[in-house]
Write a protein that binds this ligand. Structure first.
Ligand code: TYD
Ligand code: MG
Length: 459
């Protein structure tokens, strides 16, 4: 072995380490993803806090359980209700939050709006920017009408120098935009590599816990939808928020993929306007605004996004296949689950879909992955197949089993209330969920036990 002992080969996809270079990562199976990295600290280049081995830790001692104060009342509102909601009810002191998303989707816009609101509450915010110069950030700020008297910008990418500045500045909130640009001079690999990103996140975690200040890390997402070294990072941070969907829509959905301080899967819905991100008060209304009426293949289904009900339109297009076997494509819904529902429709309901192409789309770019959307998928496919439109004042929801039975869904009450609030006249839902919903004003609730019953009711 002539190699220095500190040399390792790190998979840039999953963070797996090998002593020797291999073409395929044995852990995640990615090809050509191993890069030589050195974990050995470098004496040269270590300045300030680095020389001391990071920032100065405060002393910690064991605390008796009963003496620990509950943290929930310590949450600070970010001043943006939708953002508080995804965080689980506000910013938790000492939490490390990762915000991921495609370039240009609005991460920096969101975080500077949050910074502005926090600053207005008298919190000192330190915005570490490795991506844009302070002038660029100011330009964005002016567009957003941001005053931010307590906001400090730090265009720096060296972790040790950033920590030095944090000790001097003593901020109440730290923002790092983006984590891929920050590097520790203790590690020789390039900024953005798995080792660097992990080291930097680890250091910020210690800082956040030790000083009980919230730290927001912005992270870029790769083509495959991962933050560089994703698995390594998701373990380290307390909360992972992702910007979902596409840039081509005006709305932006932020989902809590992981949250140690609140419900995972909670979403915040915003609209990107000329003056930044504006919370959407009524998402159902927005998702249904462009719905075609009286057209076959379209149905409204009541979904849950986190703790909130959202009505969305599901569209299906069934057409004769030019080839022997039909193609099946789904956008915003699991394609395998759709295939299963199609097989069920063939076998149990007798819809002959074998030779047909089936395309499914959840309107508005929303992604739904809950079983309660099954009945919507089935209804839209059947509607397009029969070429019969579903009444635009009817909504559906319910899980569908392999024998064609319609199973109960959670939060049926909440879904029904939302359907009623949006002025629908009829709701077709699992029979097992209808208790207590008989008296909804203006909304006729129809409980069904099977897909056949549901289709009878619809057509
Ligand atoms: P940005 O926050 O810079 O994205 P990210 O940090 O995720 O890369 O947002 C960039 C996009 O948002 C850009 O295409 C312009 C648009 N935008 C608006 O539409 N309105 C606004 O008020 C701002 C600030 C940006
Ligand atoms: Mg940005």
């Amino acid at each position: 072995m002539t190699k220095a002992s500190g040399t390792v080969y790190v998979c840039q996809h999953c963070g797996h380490q090998e002593r020797k270079w291999v073409g395929k990562c044995p852990d995640c199976g990615e090809w050509n993803s191993l890069v030589e990295e050195r974990a050995r600290p470098t004496a040269a280049g270590a300045k300030g806090a680095a020389a001391r081995g990071g920032f100065r830790l405060r002393e910690v001692k064991p605390i008796q359980y009963g003496e620990i104060e509950s943290q929930d009342d310590a949450r600070v509102s970010s001043g943006i209700a939708e953002f508080d909601r995804v965080l689980g009810g506000g910013v938790v002191p000492g939490s490390l939050v990762l915000i991921g998303g495609e370039p240009g989707i609005g991460k920096s816009t969101l975080i500077i709006q949050v910074a502005d609101k926090l600053s207005a509450q008298g919190v000192r915010v330190l915005y570490v920017s490795g991506e844009e110069s302070e002038r660029q950030i100011k330009m964005r700020g002016e567009r957003l009408n941001i005053e931010a008297a307590n906001l400090y910008l730090l265009p720096e990418t060296n972790l040790e120098l950033i920590f030095d500045e944090i000790e001097r500045n003593e901020p109440g909130v730290i923002i790092v935009d983006s984590i891929q640009t920050v590097f520790s001079s203790k590690i020789e690999s390039a900024p953005g590599s798995v080792s660097q990103v992990r080291e930097v996140a680890g250091q910020f975690l210690m800082l956040a816990k030790n000083r009980t200040i919230p730290v927001f890390l912005i992270g870029h997402v790769t083509k495959e939808g991962n933050i560089a070294g994703p698995k390594a990072l998701e373990h380290i941070v307390d909360t992972v928020l992702y910007f979902e969907g596409e840039r081509h829509y005006n709305h932006r959905i932020i989902r809590a993929v992981k949250n140690r301080f609140g419900a995972a899967n909670e979403v915040g819905i915003f609209e990107m306007t000329g003056a930044g991100l504006v919370p959407v008060a009524n998402p159902s209304e927005m998702f249904l605004s462009e719905r075609p009426q009286g057209v076959a293949g379209s149905v409204v289904t009541a979904c849950m996004e986190g703790t909130r009900p959202v009505l969305v339109e599901i569209q299906a297009l069934v057409s004769d296949s030019k080839y022997g076997t039909g193609r099946r494509m789904a956008q915003g819904f699991d394609a395998n689950r759709m295939a299963l529902l199609i097989a069920m429709l063939e076998k149990r309901v007798g819809l002959h879909l074998i030779g047909d192409d089936v395309f499914l789309n959840v309107a508005g770019g929303l992604e739904i992955d809950e079983p309660a959307a099954d009945l919507g998928v089935v209804a839209s496919i059947a509607s397009s197949f029969k070429n019969k439109a579903i009444d635009p004042h009817t909504a559906v929801f319910g899980e569908v089993g392999l024998t064609g039975e319609v199973r109960g869904a959670m939060q049926a009450q909440v879904r029904a209330k939302e359907t009623q609030a949006l002025g629908f006249k009829k709701l077709i839902m699992p029979a097992s969920n209808t208790t207590g919903l008989e008296r909804l004003l203006g909304l006729r609730v129809v409980g069904v036990r099977s897909v056949e019953e549901a289709l009878d009711e619809l057509f």
